[in-house]
Design a protein around this ligand. Structure first.
Ligand code: ZN
Length: 150
């Protein structure tokens, strides 16, 4: 694919980004915010739906809750990974306590659960906290250009 569609995290505008510019910190055409960030996006259920309907980069969502110890333990690992995969994969978090309808729609039975989507469809799911090494290995397996490219 020579170009991608991404939703601006600041204003929700749909941006077209050439493949070659994905890793050059592209700015939103409407509000000039960074379309790709070094940190996981924080999503509501509606925002997740908008990303799934419009974005062409693979998306990995951490379904978590503030009271979940293993979730909090994995948070810094997931946060650091977002910087590593910026421009290759989209990483986001959804608080299942605040957005219970979305959690139930995606069949979240235990947390943390990570779901990977590509072109709006679920392609892989991991339940339970992952170590940094396990997370990296899983993310590499999801990368559109194959293993070892992250
Ligand atoms: Zn914007």
């Amino acid at each position: 694919m020579s170009e991608h569609f991404l939703i601006c995290p600041a204003c929700s505008a749909k941006n077209r980004v050439p493949q070659s510019r994905l890793q050059q910190a592209p700015l939103c055409g409407k509000c000039k915010a960074y379309v790709i960030t070094d940190e996981p996006l924080t999503l509501t259920g509606a925002q997740l739906d908008r990303l799934l309907a419009n974005e062409t980069l693979p998306l990995v969502v951490d379904f978590w809750a503030p009271w979940c110890g293993p979730c909090l333990q994995m948070a810094p690992v997931f946060g650091a990974a977002a910087a590593d995969v910026a421009g290759l994969l989209r990483l986001a978090k959804l608080d299942t306590e605040a957005h219970q309808a979305a959690a139930s729609r995606f069949g979240i039975r235990s947390i943390p659960t990570l779901i990977a989507f590509n072109q709006g469809k679920e392609i892989s799911r991991q339940s339970g906290a992952l170590s940094a090494g396990q997370l990296r290995q899983w993310l590499e397996s999801l990368s559109p250009s194959g293993r070892g490219t992250l």
